[in-house]
Design a protein around this ligand. Sequence first.
Ligand SMILES: [Ca+2]
Length: 196
Amino acid sequence: MKRLCGHRLIILALSLLTFTLLTAEPALGKKIFDALPRSTDYDFPFYMEYTASSILPASQVATYAPGNVDDEDPNTAWVEGVSGHGLGEWIQVEFSGEASEVPIAKIGLITGYAKGDKFKQNNRVKKALLVFSNGQRIALDLADTPKMQYFNFEPVPASQVRLIIEDVYPGTKWDDTCISEIELHVPEDFFFKPSE
Ligand SMILES: [Ca+2]
C-alpha cells in the first residue's frame, strides 16, 4: 500500500513526530515528513511505498507486511518469509509523486521484532547493506538492541533505497528475521519545493 504524505497528514502527525525527534539523539537531518511543505496553499502529493522480497504469512494475531516498518509502532514488524535466516532477503522503499528523488542523509532502524519477548525469540539484523537507486552502497553494522539505531552518511540522492539482510543475531525460538521500524532522514537544510 502506498503511503500518501500530503500536507494534511503531515500536520496531523506533527505533534507525534516532534515528540519522536525530541526524544531521539540530536539529529543530523530531519525525517522526510518534517521536510514536506506544510502550507495549506497547495497540495504536494508525495508517496513512499515499502515492498519486500518475501513476507512471512500473517498469523491469527499479526501481519508482517513491509509497511509495518513505517507505522511508528515498534510492536509491528516486517518479517521475511523464506526458510533459514533470510540472508539476502530485502525490504525497500520507493519514492514517487512530486518528488521522486530525495537526498537521504541518515537512516534509523529498529532491528528485530521489538515487542517484548519476541525480540530475543526472533532473528535480529546484525549486518545490512543499503543499496541506493544510484548504485551507491553503504554497509551497516547493527547492535543487538531493540532501540532505534541511527546511521549518518553523506547525502545520497535516491528514488529507491533497498536494505539487504547480510547477517543476523539468531532468535531463540524462531528462524525469522524482523525489522520493526525504518526512518529516513533528509539533510537539515533540505525542503521539498512545490511544483509550479
Ligand atoms: Ca512498526
